[in-house]
Design a protein around this ligand. Sequence first.
Ligand code: 13P
Ligand code: SF4
Length: 400
Amino acid sequence: MSSSSSQLTVTDPAARVGERGRQLPLLVLGAESDRHSERGVSCPGELPLPSDPSLVRRADRARAELGDRAFILGHHYQRDEVIRFADVTGDSFKLAREAAARPGAEYVVFCGVHFMAESADILTSPAQRVILPDLAAGCSMADMATYSQVEECWENLEDLGLAETVVPVTYMNSSADIKAFTGRHGGTVCTSSNAKRALEWALGKGSKVLFLPDQHLGRNTAVLELGMSLGDCVVWDPHRPNGGLEPGALRAATMILWRGHCSVHGRFTAANVAAARRRMPDVSVIVHPECVHEVVTAADQVGSTEKIIATIEKAPAGSAWAVGTELNLVQRLAQTYQDKTIVFLDKTVCYCSTMNRIDLPHLVWAMESLATGQVVNQITVDPQTAIEARAALDQMLALP
Ligand code: 13P
Ligand code: SF4
């Protein structure tokens, strides 16, 4: 199959008027036109068919050929068909540390999304190459904070004389440019495993935090873990003049939350929690802190993917859990701990569509290409961005 025919295509009705039947890619993903966005392009070359019965054998063979030259990282939200080939699995914090701890691997194959691969490139040595098997594996949340929007926000804070009191804290789920912005302004990266420590550190340094790009993780951590009130938080909307905020509101706020969210975790509702409790009276509800505040407060427990896994692993046989996080992980938990009842918090099936872009055909294609010496889908961060982003990532890795 050729590179262009390996993409899903759709016939654009507008294009048909002037150019009959012209095929457009279904996912028009930037085509490298916007360096600051999370968008990618589809892969070149021969992509195996998803129904190819020899895929697992091909994956095993390519993996064996690569040996220690490759290290494969798998985020917990990856498909089973991919996760079985991961040398290590983890949440974004664990995977960042694992990538940094493998200086011997020539190739770090990242089965996750674009911002994770960028962080891995920043944390690994220049001789190592980080590969994202499908460049279309972006993140809608990371796309919600572009570099120019964040610069504009900062200029606004400078004009109000507030910038020197503000410490930026960016969630790992952001582009390298946003991490570089954070490093340049003396801030830190955080993940859902260490957001509390990151906020404590930042508020020991300044009196306000600009939290990017997930308003929910910022709010939930500030209110539930640091004892702030909802009134201590304001939301900066990058699509409105001055973020949609009066200067007085910005002066009074401790947390300036960016108006971004996860399209997967943002789907869970307090009504889902109530329905799960009605259906299963003994259920414990555990959700990710990217969920909205009403869901997190209605749940019994909240935690990063690693914490969700550890909690369920330790739970007694016979216990029942409704889990509010990505569906691949919830299904894997249900499969692994069959002595417990584990259900998805929402009744509607919803995977993270970008995490799911990494499938076995793309992984096989990437590994086979590497095994023949052809480096495909390498993720590189330009050196200046990498230096500044690394300062923010190192600050995260050094958090007390
Ligand atoms: P963690 O891996 O930090 O739990 O984040 C979840 C997520 O949404 C990753 O994209
Ligand atoms: Fe982005 Fe949410 Fe998918 Fe994570 S689960 S990659 S935050 S869209």
